[in-house]
Design a protein around this ligand. Structure first.
Ligand SMILES: Nc1nc2c(ncn2[C@@H]2O[C@H](COP(=O)(O)OP(=O)(O)OP(=O)(O)O)[C@@H](O)[C@H]2O)c(=O)[nH]1
Length: 476
């Protein structure tokens, strides 16, 4: 029943009416108790009773206002605060830097910091209201934190294209936003899970081989593992030194396909909000990971020879140019070898093109086994390869050429009952013994030397005549 828009105004009116009615009825009530009506049904007695009723109503009103009003003030302040609370939080959280955001991820701290919790000091409806308000404020703050985390996460994803830095930053942020002590991110490559970023987790292989990971990948659904106490021993070697109790395995899905998996491990239970937060963050991660993987594949396509996996001619030429510039700048030698498989047409004609392809792959494998880190192998043409040897003088080039020649010659390639023998001819040159201003000239000289090696009977290395004079070639 409401008369006005204010509860205490209503109460004052009702108390007034109530006092007046009590005062009016009281003289008649007194006659029922045997008091002669001449005494009580008089105007002064009526006035006295009504006055007493109004005073009682007034006192009631005063007490109600004191007892209930003081509590209602809390709620009215809350009500006033409520309107600005969301805005205050939003501003506070958005202005927070990454470190402050980490602190805020503990809900209590956030609400403490923002002053958004009110004291619960009774078990009545007011206490319930205050509890409900605190819950509401907490939920609101957590939602805003998740939004802030998603914003920061998306910004990070937008700045990374290469898979490894992307995965590393993503897993660090995810650990931060979920209070995890360890985490890893693995992607599916050729049907196998490959780890691209890992923190704290020690035995990655055991983790990736676990049924939880398989289930997450196959079903596309989050797996939450609450480790029983006795499982600690089993997982101690798996999840580093921390006393891990909870593990989340989350598939990274893009267009219904599992691209990989996130594993996060924590000492405290992951609550629903954190699980929800991960599910939001991984949506953007799926898209970013897909872009990154596609970018990586495109780059491989643009730089790699699909058959042998070494650089293709275009990219090899670019790398040679870079190494040449570096050598000129650093005044250091640069060796170049061009080699070609001997009588490869005969191999193709005898065994077929598929075996010819296997020979090419085998030659690359053998050559790679003798190259040093930093040497660059490129498929220059059909069965012709370019080797760039940074820091190699003519003597080094000749020695490396011999090592390459022997590695190919010693290669064991068995086809059915026959073993295929492969030899190569090489032409080598080194800058600045051959002082050139452009790297193309090095290739031309190496090609001429290779031509001479072919003409001289194959299976040998010829060095550029204008550079290194004494030849090391020997035909064994
Ligand atoms: N199987 C296979 N064969 C290739 C590939 N690329 C080029 N070839 C073949 O390599 C052969 C090269 O033959 P030639 O240029 O006559 O050279 P060669 O037989 O090695 O003779 P020399 O260089 O004088 O020792 C050709 O038969 C090409 O078809 C490839 O990717 N796979």
């Amino acid at each position: 029943m409401r008369l006005t828009r204010k509860v205490f105004s209503d109460l004052a009116i009702f108390m007034g009416i109530f006092g007046f009615m009590i005062g009016t009825v009281f003289p008649f009530f007194v006659t029922l108790l045997g008091v002669p009506s001449d005494y009580v049904l008089t105007l002064p007695f009526f006035i006295a009773c009504i006055s007493a009723g109004l005073i009682a109503g007034g006192v009631n009103y005063y007490l109600a206002r004191k007892v209930v009003g003081s509590r209602l003030i809390i709620l009215s302040n809350v009500g006033r605060h409520m309107r600005s609370l969301a805005e205050t939080m939003r501003r506070g959280i958005h202005q927070a830097d990454e470190e402050e955001l980490t602190v805020m991820l503990s809900t209590e701290e956030l609400c403490g910091k923002m002053g958004c919790q009110i004291e619960v000091d009774s078990d009545d409806e007011f206490g319930e209201s205050a509890t409900a308000f605190n819950l509401l404020a907490q939920t609101l703050s957590r939602t805003i934190i998740t939004e802030r985390a998603a914003h920061s996460f998306s910004n990070m994803l937008a700045t990374q294209l290469d898979i490894e830095p992307l995965a590393d930053k993503a897993i660090r942020k995810l650990m931060l936003y979920t209070n995890s002590v360890g985490g890893l991110l693995a992607v599916v490559e050729h049907g196998e899970l490959e780890t691209v970023a890992c923190h704290v987790i020690s035995d990655v292989h055991s983790v990736l081989r676990s049924d939880y990971v398989k289930e997450a990948i196959n079903s596309g659904e989050t797996q939450i593992i609450r480790l029983p106490k006795n499982a600690e021993i089993v997982l101690n070697h798996v999840i580093g030194e921390h006393n891990t109790k909870y593990v989340i395995v989350d598939p990274i899905v893009y267009k219904g396909v599992s691209l990989g998996v996130i594993v996060l491990a924590a000492e405290k239970d992951y609550d629903e909000e954190v699980i929800h937060r991960i599910s939001i963050l991984r949506i953007g991660l799926g898209l970013a990971l897909n872009n990154s993987l596609t970018h990586g594949r495109m780059r491989l396509l643009a730089t790699q020879d699909p058959l042998t996996g070494v650089y293709n001619r275009g990219f090899g030429a670019k790398r040679l140019n870079e190494e040449f510039q570096r050598a000129v700048r650093g005044d250091s030698p640069l060796g170049v070898i061009l080699f070609d498989i001997d009588d490869f047409k005969v191999i193709n004609d005898t065994y077929g093109h598929l075996i010819g392809d296997r020979v090419l792959i085998g030659v690359v494998k053998s050559v790679r086994s003798v190259l040093r880190e930093g040497d660059i192998l490129t498929r220059y043409g059909g069965e012709e390869f370019l080797v760039v040897l940074p820091g190699a003088s003519s003597v080094d080039v000749a020695q490396m050429g011999e090592r390459i020649r022997h590695a190919v010659k010693d290669m064991q390639l068995v086809e059915g009952s026959q073993s295929i023998h492969v030899t190569i001819s090489l032409g080598g040159v080194s800058h600045p013994e051959l002082n050139v201003s452009q790297e193309d000239v090095l290739i031309r000289h190496a090609d001429e030397a290779l031509y001479r090696a072919k003409g001289a009977g194959k299976d040998r290395i010829e060095m550029d005549k204008s550079g290194f004079k004494p030849l090391l070639n020997s035909v064994n």
